[in-house]
Ligand binder design. Structure first.
Ligand SMILES: Nc1nc2c(ncn2[C@@H]2O[C@H](COP(=O)(O)OP(=O)(O)O)[C@@H](O)[C@H]2O)c(=O)[nH]1
Ligand SMILES: [Mg+2]
Length: 154
């Protein structure tokens, strides 16, 4: 099992897409262990996007994610990091495949609605940034026995 850090960016929250997007992760069979709506302090945005510092879009990106609330989630599942990235789709909504969140809901490369950790290492770093120790829920998801076959869970 992996846990990944997902957040819906201000455009998704303002456009009323929280339910539609969250529903996709829920329908997929993934498990939510953290969820919250929050305004993003500038220092958190800067730490989160540190790898992009110095790029042409960086200042606009920080201004964007701090402009209005985001909806943050910690999502668990087998291979959750890669599975969530697949559900999210390519960075630019004009190029993202239909069926993906960015492919179905957006038209922009910057206002692309959603962030998802790109590796297990990033997920661990980002979960520690966005959630406090002990903030994530412990859940015995009995339905997992119908989402996964026994070999998926070994
Ligand atoms: N305006 C603009 N924003 C970008 C561009 N590339 C990346 N971004 C923004 O920066 C975020 C982080 O970039 P990246 O890690 O490459 O993409 P992601 O992992 O698919 O979210 C993206 O989700 C976009 O919001 C770009 O070329 N132009
Ligand atoms: Mg990225």
């Amino acid at each position: 099992m992996e846990t990944t850090l997902i957040f819906l960016k201000p455009d998704a929250v303002q456009r009323g897409l929280i339910g539609s997007i969250v529903g996709r992760f829920e329908a997929k069979g993934l498990t939510f262990v953290g969820m919250k709506l929050m305004n993003v302090p500038k220092d958190l945005a800067e730490k989160h996007y540190a790898e992009h510092q110095g790029k042409p879009f960086y200042d606009g990106l920080i201004a964007f994610v701090t402009s209005s609330p985001v909806f943050v989630m910690a999502i668990r599942g087998v291979n959750a990091v890669a599975v969530c990235r697949t559900l999210i789709g390519a960075t630019n909504g004009q190029k993202a495949d239909p069926g993906t969140i960015r492919g179905d809901f957006g038209m922009s490369g910057g206002y692309n609605m959603i962030h998802g950790s790109d590796s297990l290492e990033s997920a661990e770093r980002e979960l520690a940034l966005w959630f406090d120790d002990g903030e994530l829920a412990t859940i015995d998801k009995t339905l997992d026995q119908w989402v996964y076959d026994p070999s998926d869970l070994k």
